[in-house]
Design a protein around this ligand. Sequence first.
Ligand SMILES: Cc1cc2nc3c(=O)[nH]c(=O)nc-3n(C[C@H](O)[C@H](O)[C@H](O)COP(=O)(O)O)c2cc1C
Length: 194
Amino acid sequence: MIQLPKPEMKGKMSLEEAMSKRASVREYRQRELTQEEIGQILWSAGGQTRPWGGRTVPSAGALYPLEIDLATPEGLFRYLPERHRLQPRATGNLLPKLAAAALHQNFVARAPAVVVISAVYERTKRRYGSRADRYVHMEAGHAAQNIHLEAVALGLGSVAVGAFDDGEVHRILGLGADEKPLYLIPVGEPERRP
Ligand SMILES: Cc1cc2nc3c(=O)[nH]c(=O)nc-3n(C[C@H](O)[C@H](O)[C@H](O)COP(=O)(O)O)c2cc1C
């Protein structure tokens, strides 16, 4: 288990500046993200902010159907929001495989880190039935937007990638039978500001 550094609650950039600067970044400097940057990005995607379990992202019925993984050249990690930790899941660089599964969008392989948002629909379906799919997708959007804005606030950049082969990504990441990948979000220091 990897304990991530405590997330900062004050940044150097206002929310408005981050929103105005956000744009998709697909070219990254070849440097690893620091543990602080990784921790801050994952916290924004679903870190716990309330003693009862409330998070940075709203969730229909507080059922939290999303799972967040991080793929880096070192390996694959699952984010555990309760204690702000990473659970190692695999070693080795899965990014080239993820890029191939993303219809050969090769910038995915060149990013220093890719956040993967997956969902366990059943958690939300149990209570909300046929409305669950839309609720889960709305929540993934909340998480993704937090990542995009947090990235900008940290001087990083990101891009939402929705075009990929679901089955391939599922297999590469070794996701559970009830988990479905929804978004790949490469994050890195921009080669140049868009
Ligand atoms: C649901 C969704 C899926 C997307 N999938 C991809 C993708 O597979 N590859 C990609 O390069 N960009 C993808 N994008 C990013 C869009 O291309 C981008 O947001 C759009 O061109 C607007 O540019 P901007 O983000 O720089 O404002 C996706 C965006 C969304 C919201």
